[in-house]
Design a protein. Structure first.
Length: 131
């Protein structure tokens, strides 16, 4: 049985995927783990941006709050650390090599989601080129 945290994460990843596919990105994989397993972590979503001819490795962060305070949405930007991005680079490199695309262009994007439970609204912020 999935934990509530995992269910929220899965919901956020599904929402992020739909959001990016609506922008024209082509889906390749979800929750990709390299052969070393969870030692490096996982990449939430892998897509292809045909307009830029590059793979897009996406980290999704979902935050649940009861209500908004004021007009600003508290997107969880701080949840993606430099250390995490270094590990994701290793996984992405392995993925591309495994796909026979070692020379392919790629980038890392973030999708940040805030779910407001009292209104059941979701706010989405896509940040291309995290680094």
């Amino acid at each position: 049985m999935k934990t509530e945290r995992r269910q929220i994460g899965d919901w956020g990843e599904s929402l992020a995927r739909k959001h990016l596919e609506a922008k024209g990105y082509i889906y390749h994989a979800s929750n990709y783990i390299n052969p070393r397993g969870m030692a490096l972590g996982e990449i939430d979503i892998i897509l292809y941006d045909a307009t830029k001819e590059c793979y897009v490795f996406v980290e999704v962060k979902t935050k649940t709050i009861e209500h908004l305070v004021g007009d600003s949405v508290p997107f969880p930007f701080e949840q993606i650390t430099h250390h995490k991005l270094k590990r994701l680079t290793k996984i992405a490199t392995y993925y591309l090599q495994n796909q026979g695309q070692a020379a392919a262009q790629y980038r890392f994007d973030g999708v940040f989601i805030v779910h407001v439970t009292t209104t059941n609204q979701a706010y989405i912020k896509h940040v291309p080129h995290l680094f």
